[in-house]
Structure formats: C-alpha cells, structure tokens
Write a protein that binds this ligand. Structure first.
Ligand SMILES: [Zn+2]
Length: 477
C-alpha cells in the first residue's frame, strides 16, 4: 500500500528591529545573559507594554510578499501557558484576527512549480531561553530573548514531501532576507519551525490525524524530522494501530522524535484579548505605502535573469539565493559594461570562492560593480587574457586598485596589433623549420607548438586567438 505524506509548517521568524516588541530593550543576540531586560519584558506586575510600530510594518511587508489580505484592523491576544522561560505566564500573540491572511507562495521543486497556501501571518513575542550547564544540576534562564519580535507564518497542509517543505522554507528565508526584516541566522535560532505531519493512503481524500513536532531549527533537520515521522506513522498504521494527535519532540542528534504531550487545542491556551494594548489599526494608505516599498522579490528576479538576461535557471537560482551576489550582479549589469553571462560566471566562480574562503561579504571589499564590470569588459574586448583577468581580480581585492591601473602596471595588455603579431609569427616560423615541414606534411598538431612558441616569445601578451589565425594564414601561403 502506498502512502502520501501531508505537511503543514508554522515558521517563526525573529524580526531584526532595533528594539523589542513591547519595550525599549535592545533586540540583540549574543549579549551577556539577563542584561537586555526591563520590568516590561520580565513581566513584572503593573508594567504596561507599548507596541513597536516597526514590527507591524515588517509583518505587513511579509504579508504583501506572500500575497495576503492585510487586515487594517487586528487585535492582540494573550496565549496563556506556564513555562520557566515565560515569566508572565502568557505570551502576547494574535488569535482570531491576525494582521495578514489568505496568501500563497510559489515554490520550485525539481523544476516543477507548486503553490502552497499561506493561512495567516501574525505577530507575537518570543520567550526566554533555558540554559543547561554540566556544573549546575538545575536549569538556568536567560530572559534576553523575552519580547523579541516574531512573525509566525502558518501554511496550509499543501506540502506532500520533505522536498516540498525544504523548498518552502528556503523560499521563505530568501523573501525575509530580501525584505531585510530578519537576519535569518539559523544557527542563532532566527528561524524555527513547528511541523505538522500526517499520512494517508494514496487516493484517500480525508487527511489522517496529524502529529506536531516543535522547534525544529534547521532546514536539514526539518527534512529528517518529516521523513522520520511519516515512516513512524506508516509503521503504526501497517501494524493495525491508529495515530493519536500529539506533540512530539524532534531530537536531531538522535534522528528520532519522542512523545512530549498529547496535543493541546487552542482552547487549552485560554486566549483572550490583551487588555493592555489597543486594537491595531493601519490606514489603507499605509498598507499601500508598505507595498510600494517592497523590493524585487526572488521569484521575479529569477524569472528576469532567465528570460531577459539569458542565464540558465540553475545559475540564476544560485545568484538569487544570495542577497550580496544578486546585488553585485544587478548593479554591475546596470552599468552595461559586460555580458551578463560572463558576469554570472565570475560571480559563481572566483567571487563565490573568495566569499567562501574569507566568509566576507563581497560588498565590503574593494571590488565595486564598476571595477568588476571593467575587468570583465577588458577580457571581452581581448585587452587581457582570462589568466591575466584572475591576477587583476586578486589585485583589486588585495591592493584596492582599479583594473586599468593593474593592467598598466603589470604590462598585461594583450598585443592585438596584427603587424606586431605577424612579426612574431615570422620569427618563430624561421626558427622552427622542422615544425613547418611537419605541418605541411599533415601533422596538424605542429600548429599548437608553433602558437605556443609565439606566446612564449611575446611573454604571454599576444592575443592567442589572433596569433593562431596569423600563423595558420602564413603556413598556408
Ligand atoms: Zn524590556
């Protein structure tokens, strides 16, 4: 019996605002524990929260990017639960009226487009973090993360495999990066997801019972968690059992999940409207203004690279997925100095290599779009060879020089003057009579040797293509 896997995702993304969602504390990662806190985010009685406007703007931008309806009136609610990292014993979130609803996201899986429904996007506050230390028997709590703003993006159960889920997560991350609303640092927990998985026999129209896995914090972990859970459910069903609705904890190190608790329903959280905050009202003009501020989004950019600039789908995707690379590409293309295809080869070759080796953003180096464009232009025009191009590239990065200066200083300019090249060719032919005879007797590889000798005589500065043409012409006279 074949089974189909059904996946829905709840993605939590930390927003990169300067301050927290309801107080003035700094929204910063990696600070000394319990230093970025105040009575408000520590949940002291008698304090009052004030909503950070930027959080609403960021969430609305994400809503626009996912084609959602933006609710100009929405409200905030208390989600009540106890946990040691949540001193207030409630999280301020949005329950029945979220900021954004009814959107969708198009993903590309193995070259096939799929549309995944986005149920809603709401804003909420993060909780603190429990720390465990071998030198101490109990748990320690760091409240710096309390009140860090989050958006939760809830999908419809439209994904049918771990590959769908991976593509969905990667696309969400790209959009967050392009919008500049989250730093998307997975290792710092900036994006985490809860995963709902169920299985059903192929052909069934009803969904099976779903199981939720909480707080998966890497995309590869999500893939493993989905595959593991689908397999576990299939085995239970094949053995004649039934799936119970529950929450399981994914342990990535062990590659297994464990029962955490039987699944809670929304009413278990006793949601009620947050009495200390006003209704969120955004004017239609503000909603429209935020839409106008959206940059070109990754899927549009990808399509433009392929159809207008002639890149392959694969190369275009590799540039689009990295914000720095796509900015460098766009700005250099705009100068019109070189062919987009050659530019893409440089970005995916030497520039990517440099970025990987140094972990630096290419935008913080002396390689400006203008310098890159004229370097590639010099190669395209035959002024310098490809090999010299790589030397110029290094000199731009390490010596902060313009390509023209490097070419001049290192006397790299290729000789493309036909008279000069003919002189070189004549000298070489006179000195290598045996090779000339060989060539005339049909040994065509003698040509390569003769061109090589010319290049040597010119100290590598002859234009190789022209050199070959001239030698061939002289040999045939
Ligand atoms: Zn605070």
């Amino acid at each position: 019996m074949k089974y189909e896997t059904i996946v829905g995702l709840e993605v939590h993304a930390e927003l990169s605002t300067d301050s927290k969602i309801y107080c003035d504390c700094k929204n910063a990662f990696g600070m000394e524990v319990n230093t970025q806190v105040c009575p408000i985010c520590m949940g002291m009685p008698g304090t009052l929260p004030t909503l950070n406007k930027k959080v609403v703007e960021y969430a609305v931008k994400m809503g626009h990017a996912l084609g959602c309806t933006i609710n100009t009136v929405s409200k905030q609610d208390r989600k009540n639960y106890f946990y040691p990292d949540l001193p207030k014993a409630y999280q301020i979130s949005q329950s029945d009226i979220p900021l954004c609803e009814n959107g969708s996201l198009t993903i590309l899986v193995d070259g096939v487009e799929k549309t995944i429904g986005v149920t809603r996007i709401h804003i909420e506050e993060d909780a603190g973090k429990l720390l465990h230390d071998d030198s101490f028997a109990g748990s320690l709590v760091d409240l710096n993360r309390c009140g860090v703003p989050l958006i939760e993006i809830v999908s419809e159960p439209d994904m049918r495999s771990s590959a769908d889920a991976k593509a969905y997560l990667e696309t969400i991350r790209e959009i967050l990066m392009y919008l500049g609303i989250s730093d998307c640092k997975m290792q710092e927990g900036s994006i985490r997801c809860d995963i709902n998985v169920s299985v059903r026999k192929e052909g069934d129209t009803q969904f099976g019972t779903r199981v939720e896995m909480k707080n998966v914090n890497s995309f590869s972990g999500a893939v493993r968690a989905i595959e593991y859970e689908a397999q576990r459910q299939i085995e239970v069903l094949e053995a004649g059992g039934t799936i119970s609705q529950e929450t399981r904890r994914w342990d990535d190190a062990q590659g297994k999940n464990f029962l955490l608790r039987s699944k809670e329903d929304a009413h278990d959280y006793r949601y009620f409207p947050e009495p200390d905050l006003r209704t969120i009202v955004i004017s239609p003009e503000e909603v429209a203004r935020l839409k106008d501020e959206l940059p070109e989004l990754p899927n549009k950019k990808l399509a433009r690279y392929v159809t207008e600039l002639g890149l392959s789908q694969k190369d275009a995707a590799l540039i689009v997925e990295n914000l720095d690379k796509s900015m460098l590409f766009d700005e250099t293309v705009a100068l019109g100095l070189c062919q987009p295809k050659n530019l893409s080869n440089w970005i995916l070759g030497d520039i990517s290599k440099y970025m990987n080796e140094t972990s630096r953003s290419i935008l913080d180096t002396p390689l400006t779009p203008k310098r890159l464009g004229s370097l590639i232009q010099s190669i395209e025009q035959g002024k310098i060879s490809n090999a010299s191009g790589k030397i110029v590239f290094d000199a731009i990065l390490h010596e902060d020089k313009d390509p023209e200066t490097v070419i001049q200083e290192k006397r790299m300019a290729q000789v493309s003057d036909a008279d000069a090249l003919t002189q070189i060719a004549q000298q070489v032919l006179q000195a290598n009579e045996k090779s000339v005879t060989d060539y005339k007797n049909g040994k065509t590889n003698a040509l390569g040797f003769l061109v090589g000798q010319c290049m040597k005589l010119s100290k590598g500065q002859a234009n190789p293509a022209m050199m070959k043409e001239i030698i061939t012409a002289l040999l045939q006279q």
